[in-house]
Design a protein around this ligand. Sequence first.
Ligand code: ADP
Ligand code: MG
Length: 477
Amino acid sequence: MEFGGIPQEVTADGQLLEDLAEVARDAALLHGLLMRTRDAPNSSEVVGHAPFALFPSPVPKSLFLQALAAQPLFNRLVDRISRDPEFLENVLASTIKVDDFTARLFSIYRHVLQEGPKQSIVLGLNRSDYMVDQDRDGGMSLKQIEINTIAASFGGLTSQMPDVHRYVMAFVITLFQNAKKILDNNPAAGLAKGLAKAWELYGSERAVVMFLVEEIQRNIYDHRYIENELWKRNIPVIRRRFEEVFKTGSLDQEKRLFVGGKEVAIVYFRNGYMPQNYTEQSWEVRLMMERSLAIKCPDIGTHLAGTKKVQQELARPGVLESFFPNEPDAVDQIRATFAGQYTLDMGEEGDRTVAMALAEPDVFVLKPQREGGGNNIYGSEICQVLEAVKGGSERTAYILMDKIRPRPSHNYLLRPGEPLRLNACLSELGAFGAYVRHGKDMVMNECVGHLLRTKSVEYSDGGVAAGVAVLDNPLLV
Ligand code: ADP
Ligand code: MG
């Protein structure tokens, strides 16, 4: 019997497994798969390895290629949505009445729109996430979970994963051949390429790329890989928190953004995607940055284009067509990845969604307008929440989505301090997108790599940062 590609000689041999895990942890450290510790999250004096899977996990080759091929289309779609105020206004109208966070973002969007955007260079770095759905007959299809248009992470660390698994597999004779099947993957370089392109277009040698970072920076090495690619090109980088920008940031008469005396060419958000990231001061800072001449990655419209409400609206008949009026193939390619999604807006359609969810909660996921993992609602809790909000407009803070059911495979998840255990696991595949638009011209539009995150089936939600998923590599089957 095989466990998703792991030979029985390995699963049955406790000593071999212990040895392999040790080799793997060393490989992770050697190759720089690093994360700061929970105890000292802002110090690099003592670091550990990021959580990762001992073996690569199987992913059907055709679906993997489908995800990569769709990415440039998703880039264009996000870009078009970000430039369509009427669409965003209509779609988010019900959400912003009940969801304060989205409402605050939206008010910044309106403000910038009224003032007239200063910058015609747009840089998008995003990640579209998928799971492989298995239907009752065993048929498999690629289904999008969400698209992250702000602070999409792990492009740096995952660039180190191929070497870690190649190293581990070289230690097991029967896996040796498979080591060659681990794909190259370097989103760090691709994301940096997007940043570099936008920086060049900004056109000032002394202007810096500013990473807007969190208070707690356990995942700093993920950023550092991208940062390093920029330094290699002689592009200066600074890292600042909201508070620091509040204290030392300002706009000049041309609305150029200066922070601590340095002109900022690009604000690269690695923070600012959830309400907890903001104080009143940070909101002021966000508005100042959005009004500025600096290139925002993402700008506020692109941030809003990544909301779950927009995702649900895109699944409605005719909406994709309106963004790609003469490109039926593009529409088909994007739509093929959509799972069923349903509105909870007030009215008959929303009422039907409520009834459907209450009748069969186990086949759906209820999603609020949040990012960062751990916010979705599943199973009987869907009934509790919907019973409480179904009669009023609070329900419009959520959307309902078909639950995707991937086939589990087995793996060992390595986290510092945790024992080795064979787990039934589910994987989520991400495709990294990078694009740069200058006025009307798309001057770069690429898929720049992939991410595979794997978690034990016990968890319905949560990513790597939340301590649930681990980094992995796809083994194409
Ligand atoms: P977040 O912005 O918090 O990352 P996601 O939409 O990515 O929100 O959901 C978080 C996690 O919940 C995903 O990583 C996935 O594991 C699970 N999930 C989300 N949507 C679905 C779905 N439709 N079917 C199955 N699992 C889902
Ligand atoms: Mg997610």
